[in-house]
Design a protein around this ligand. Sequence first.
Ligand SMILES: C[S@@+](CC[C@H](N)C(=O)[O-])C[C@H]1O[C@@H](n2cnc3c(N)ncnc32)[C@H](O)[C@@H]1O
Length: 362
Amino acid sequence: MTQQQLLDPQQAAAAVAPIWAELLDIPENEISEKTDFFGAGGHSLTAMLVVTQIEKKMGKRVPLFALVENPTLAAFSGFVANLDEDEPVVEARAPDGSATQSERLLGYNSPERRQMRNTWFEQFYSQAMQSEAHAEFCRQVYGDNFGQHGMADLDQLDQFIDKLSIGQGDTVLDMGCGYGLISDYIAKKTGAKVVGVDLSASAIKFANTLAEENGRLEFHEMDIANLDFPPDTFSHIISIDTVYYAPSLYNLLLKFKEIGKPGLGLGIIRTFPKRTFTRETWSPDLTELASLLREVFNGYDAYDFSVEENEHWRKKTEVLKSLEQSFADEGNHALWDFRYREAEYEAGIEQFRYMFVSKATP
Ligand SMILES: C[S@@+](CC[C@H](N)C(=O)[O-])C[C@H]1O[C@@H](n2cnc3c(N)ncnc32)[C@H](O)[C@@H]1O
């Protein structure tokens, strides 16, 4: 097949579908335009094989991020069809040169990476709330100590609550709640009931002590890939820096719709490492989250926290440097090191951060 023949997205889809079918090990007739590569079982290795196979069978050099950002067959084939190989987009590598941002993000859900991350989080949550140095770090970076591991400070939380119009009588799911102190803040500020879920046993153990004090809180140790709630349970679902860990964003959004009440309010805050986009062309509308929200929730409002995000990582490294001795004096240098390595790495990458707010059509 020549390049010219592939400029038609339909033809591109007909050529891509058998490649997906083979690599995903599913019959080709089960693949439609709406099939989501990661929802159908794709992961980092199969994604890389897709790229290799497309070059071999179709003569097109597709960058890996194209699949991450266009996970449905229709979107990906459209990208392949319109690929301008005279102007290839070369994705920047991480500051340590180890991987591109797409490889890194895709790697989030490899079994080894998952295992390692869960162990890190478990260690973090078994230590952080017992450290006065960490409490001081959180106060200086976020404005209060909620044992935060995400990037949302108090100002972002307040804007989130406001844009979602959470109030008394609402039932909110806080996905990836950590210690539950953010859930507690939301419950106290709005009068809503807040249900938090997290994979970390230590985090949920701490959170349950909050639930003993506040009847409007409830916590569960639960994997976001397996949210176990009856249909029509929540008026709102929020996720602060946790959607990265869903094996399939598409399946997660469908699950939200199922366990949400009619008219569900959905709020997602997340960061996007720079991939395809340059500062001039960056738009939240070009992200995979945006395209999936358009499909599953009929749209969204997006609020830009990118300036705050880059400042956040800079501030984290600065505050941590000033507190290193305090962590060491407590015997918590390993905790300092965990936070510092992450902050130093992230501060070296230009980040885009957005809050997406959607409403399901009843
Ligand atoms: C970056 S932290 C954000 C925590 C909190 N939302 C905050 O803003 O501080 C990500 C959280 O997701 C949790 N997590 C990671 N993978 C998960 C999974 N598969 N299911 C549920 N929670 C998960 C971690 O334990 C951690 O608490």
